[in-house]
Design a protein around this ligand. Structure first.
Ligand code: ZN
Length: 141
């Protein structure tokens, strides 16, 4: 993947390869940058979109059905440590052919058509995700 690193070395612009899994590719870009924590932003398009919605009452993710091709109108996320490894967490707002939007939590199964991402590493102590039983999620501590 073409990766354009900042002079400081702690940020990069990257184009993700067509046909790759978006979540995996963002993880690889973060690894390439040596990122243990930081911020991600992205725009582009995907040929398949797999999002989820967190059902707060059931304390579980529900898959959203999103057939078709989509523009990524806005993608924002972060990297932090979970079980000692960098963990990528991204939310997307995507638009369809008629301009309507869908959004949610990015899951595996989203296929890159063309994506441009910016990653910025945190130059301090990384947040660590651990289980919060009250909300049923791994959150920063
Ligand atoms: Zn999420």
């Amino acid at each position: 993947m073409p990766l354009f690193r900042s002079a400081s070395g702690d940020a990069a612009m990257v184009r993700l390869e067509t046909g790759t899994d978006l979540l995996e590719a963002l993880g690889e870009a973060a690894a390439e940058l040596g990122m243990r924590a930081g911020a991600i932003q992205l725009i582009g398009a995907v040929s398949e979109l797999a999002l989820a919605y967190y059902d707060q009452d059931a304390a579980e993710y529900r898959d959203l059905r999103t057939p078709g091709h989509w523009e990524i109108a806005s993608g924002l996320g972060n990297v932090s440590l979970r079980d000692g490894e960098p963990f990528v967490h991204v939310h997307l707002v995507c638009t369809g052919a008629d301009g309507h939007a869908v959004g949610g939590h990015l899951t595996a199964g989203t296929t890159v058509f063309m994506v441009e991402a910016f990653l910025q590493a945190l130059d301090g102590e990384p947040p660590v995700r651990t289980r919060n039983e009250r909300i049923g999620l791994d959150v920063w501590h």
